[in-house]
Design a binder for this molecule. Sequence first.
Ligand code: ADP
Ligand code: ASP
Ligand code: MG
Length: 434
Amino acid sequence: MIVMKFGGTSLGSAERIKKAATIIQSKLDDKPTIVLSAIGGVTDLLIEATNRAAEGKVDISAIKKKHLEIVNELGIDTSVFAELDEFETLIRSYSGEVNRMQMDEAVSFGERICTKIMAAYLIKEGVPAKAINAYDIGMATDGQHGNATLLDSSYTNLKNQLSSISELAIITGFIAKSPQGKITTFDRGGSDYTAAIIGAAIGAKEIQIWTDVTGVMSADPRIVSNAHTISEMSFDEAAELSYFGAKVLHPKTILPAVEHDIPVIVLNTLDPTVMGTRIVNKSEESKEIVKAISGKKGITVVNVSTSRMIAAPGFLADLFGVFAKHQISVDMLATSEVSVSLTVDNAEQLIPIMDELKALGDVTVAPNHAIIIVVGEGFKKQIGKAAPIFEVLAQNEIHVEMISQGASEINIGFVVEEDNAEKAVKVLHKHYFG
Ligand code: ADP
Ligand code: ASP
Ligand code: MG
């Protein structure tokens, strides 16, 4: 058994859907379970239409047009339009500010329609397929809309329910339901995570992530044109990269795969013969120290300084207590005798905690930063590994504000101004890979 997940980039047109369907048909002997995102660009269109509807302007013509063109070209019937009418009725009922619960229900239509289109097309091609909403077979989360947390009961429920489905299951990525029966989502890009959860639930041999690039690359190919595909990497390396900006995998994807030791393979829908990237528990010893460089923008640096810190046990606990109480996650941390610098990726989260932080010391907040990370298992053995990174940055006049080396010792991360993020990735890529 394998899981095959196709992202929006693999489903953006009738031609791409046909390519994905051909790939699925070629793997039927591996007993695949299919997970799909919405058609490329549709989630954004649904969000836009929903926000506009709340302001009193209901217009779903762009969404209808996109689906109609695809359905016509695939030569399948237009029953998806019942779903679109349902979407229109739903957003017509929204007014004023749309809350996250309402937005989750609205965006769910992207995946719900896409799976129906793929199932209809595969049936037309002679493959007995069935579109399934993940929440109808046990995908359950808490009620944190927009970024829900999986309930562990999902694993057993999904396993049991999927075992009784005889057709090829085409399952919605990204969406689930809360115990209150409301639709929830794993934040943007979350279909990768759905695929990993389903892979873990059914004990799949492999979780395949089909996308528009040839695998996980040494840098984002939109930034570094000569980035190369990494043939094999460890779960740890992939987790660091995806958390710090490599959009090719959603950061939560690796977790269920690690827990069940299932390889994740990233493959290219546009060129299915390419080997792609194999992400495994322990990757082969590689010659290179560095595997990849990635960057995450939109970072805010918070600096808290006070002389109270000197020989004052408990200061850090108090500081992190504030972040923990408000469920704000901190990405990077550096401390000195009199100050603590840390980063968060959502500046708005800081507003309600400012008073509590100011009670601990002088606080400065600097938005518009980026975290850049250099990743590689080879770092573990390398002495003096940080030196070349900072030499290259200095030569290129890129000012570094914070430096951190993860406890896992497989990455070195640092903070730069957002405007320097792409330059930093480019010069480091050139240094390590030419
Ligand atoms: P999908 O719709 O298939 O989920 P995404 O757009 O979410 O696709 O992810 C694929 C994109 O991730 C690629 O087109 C690429 O631009 C981007 N990307 C960023 N960093 C990397 C990286 N290190 N390796 C590969 N792709 C990357
Ligand atoms: N369709 C969702 C999004 O655009 C989920 C996904 O693509 O994985 O974020
Ligand atoms: Mg994605």
